[in-house]
Ligand binder design. Structure first.
Ligand code: BG6
Length: 509
């Protein structure tokens, strides 16, 4: 049974209190932390947004959201009432300089009621255009000046290119200390993403073979079945490269490729990740077309139903050139990875929802079996499944049962759900708790964000200047555009389609 962690009192101020992120992710996560007794005994949640609203109406608004989006399902009266007693609402326009200091007064009231200066977490759950104004607003209120107690959380997208990310970093670094800033990439809070570190560095089995000598190539796939839903307007300005590759996929790549850190301290881990990003071979503009491809979905069939194409989605231009699919081939230029391609791909409205890392091993150096015995031989491969069915599947060669020596592939699989019989926390639960505990290990530092933008900048620039001619080029419900298959086929490889984990047992032939 989880217990609270003797944490200091905390006030969580959600800026953008009525937005989608607060409703779908933040408040359900806080509620689950509360139920699991991870929140401090003394906590307060203050929702801030422009609209006038009573505390009671805000609590009701949140209850509906938690009922809909919590992994635990609908709330129960007694539990919800205990949680909701800690929630209040404040109407404030963050986009303009403050005229009074109602937030400051409210925070001072809370401190005096608890007879203690509480830690404060300011969560910027607002549109990126408002980040700058909101950060200035907070600074002007003087409510976020205690470097050890006050933290500010910023959601992605952190800038829309290297220049804007740099200028945003400069601005917030001028207002707050870097140690106060928590740049969120929710993929880093996912249980299986974190498990890549445990898997690599807590086992002596894998590290000796985790290099160019044994690994032929690596594939990172984040495939989504959803379209852009109600986020057409945002997505039109983002596209798959900015929305997914710059952050989630490159973060996964860092965990797969990084050197072992000396300790699990935040900066030790983050330094090693930045090293990976810096080691990625810069892409020259003239080679963009051969190492990166983009696509856009058109109308298609999914689960027997016709779904609209991207250009038919609300908020999307009928002649939009925004990519909903991106695939890349990258090289990490260091001793460990020299010459090993890392293929990354992500897209919306794909056939299957799956996020996974495939490590494809080289063939055994010498084949001692007669050729008839190895007709169905396949190289070893390890798939780290991030979602939806978390686990690890390793393909090995075994002798097929029978009197003849005949080899064939079999799979060993580890399924999280089966091994632990418990539901992992949502990424936002892990990350919010880390902010409350002031543990920045899973958050991005300024240099990390900028290095990630540097990796994709040449692609962004070329794609912006040379419009695609074949959009839309893949039907909803497919595995993406043909150009993605060609990208990887040029090096003699092919995409591994998402694995299907077996319900029972650990081995499947
Ligand atoms: C978000 C992107 O960061 O990640 C979305 O903005 C995407 O477009 C989402 O759908 C995917 O997250 P998850 O956790 O559902 O894989």
């Amino acid at each position: 049974m989880p217990r609270n962690l003797n944490l200091d009192p905390v006030v969580i101020v959600i800026l953008g209190a009525r937005g989608d992120l607060a409703r779908r992710k933040l408040v359900p996560a806080l509620y689950n932390l509360f139920l699991d007794r991870y929140l401090p005994d003394t906590f307060s949640i203050i929702g801030v947004s422009r609209k006038e609203l009573s505390d009671e109406a805000y609590r009701q608004h949140l209850r509906e959201a938690v009922d809909e989006f919590s992994r635990r399902g609908p709330t129960k009266d007694e539990q919800w009432n205990r949680f909701a007693a800690n929630i209040t609402y404040l109407s404030e326009d963050l986009s303009v300089p403050p005229t009074g200091n109602t937030l400051g007064e409210k925070l001072a009231e809370v401190d005096s009621h608890w007879s203690k200066r509480a830690n404060r977490v300011y969560y910027l759950a607002i549109a990126p255009e408002l980040f700058e104004a909101a950060a200035r607003h907070l600074e002007q209120l003087g409510v976020c000046r205690d470097c050890t107690r006050d933290r500010i959380v910023i959601e992605k997208p952190f800038g829309r290119d290297l220049a804007s990310a740099r200028s945003l970093n400069r601005l917030i670094d001028s207002l707050f200390a870097e140690s106060q800033i928590y740049r969120i990439d929710h993929y880093l809070g996912k249980e299986t993403v974190q498990n890549i570190l445990a898997f690599r560095f807590a086992n002596s089995l894998f590290e000796p073979i985790w290099n160019r000598r044994y690994i032929d190539h690596v594939q990172i796939t984040v495939a989504e079945t959803v379209g852009v839903e109600s986020r057409g307007e945002y997505y039109e300005r983002a596209g798959a490269l900015r929305d997914m590759v710059q952050n989630h996929l490159l973060q996964i790549l860092c965990l797969v490729a990084m050197e072992p850190p000396v300790s699990f301290a935040a900066d030790e881990v983050r330094n090693k990740k930045v090293d990976v990003l810096r080691a990625i071979r810069p892409i020259r503009p003239e080679e963009v077309h051969s190492v990166a491809v983009r696509g856009q979905y058109r109308r298609g069939e999914m689960n027997g139903e016709t779904v609209p194409g991207y250009r038919e989605e609300p908020g999307v231009a009928p002649d939009s050139l925004t990519e909903t699919f991106a695939a890349l081939k990258l090289f990490v230029e260091n001793w460990r990875w020299q010459g090993v391609p890392f293929y990354l791909r992500t897209g919306k409205r794909l056939h299957t929802k799956a996020s996974e890392v495939t490590i494809m091993f080289r063939p055994a150096p010498h084949q001692m079996f007669p050729s008839a015995a190895v007709e169905s031989w396949q190289p070893n491969r390890m798939v780290i499944r991030i979602q939806p069915e978390e686990g690890i599947v390793t393909r090995i060669q075994v002798k097929q049962p029978g009197t003849r020596v005949l080899l064939g592939p079999a799979e060993m699989q580890f399924r999280y759900r089966e091994a632990f019989r418990t539901e992992p926390p949502e990424a936002y639960e892990t990350l919010l708790l880390d902010v409350i505990r002031a543990d920045a290990t899973l958050f991005m530092r300024a240099d990390q964000v900028e290095s990630a933008w540097s990796v994709i900048s040449p692609i962004l620039e070329v794609w912006d200047s040379v419009p695609p001619t074949s959009f839309p080029d893949y039907p909803a419900g497919s595995f993406g555009p043909e150009s993605a298959d060609l990208l990887i086929a040029k090096s003699g490889h092919s995409w591994v389609q998402p694995v299907v984990m077996q319900e029972e047992g650990v081995m499947k032939c």
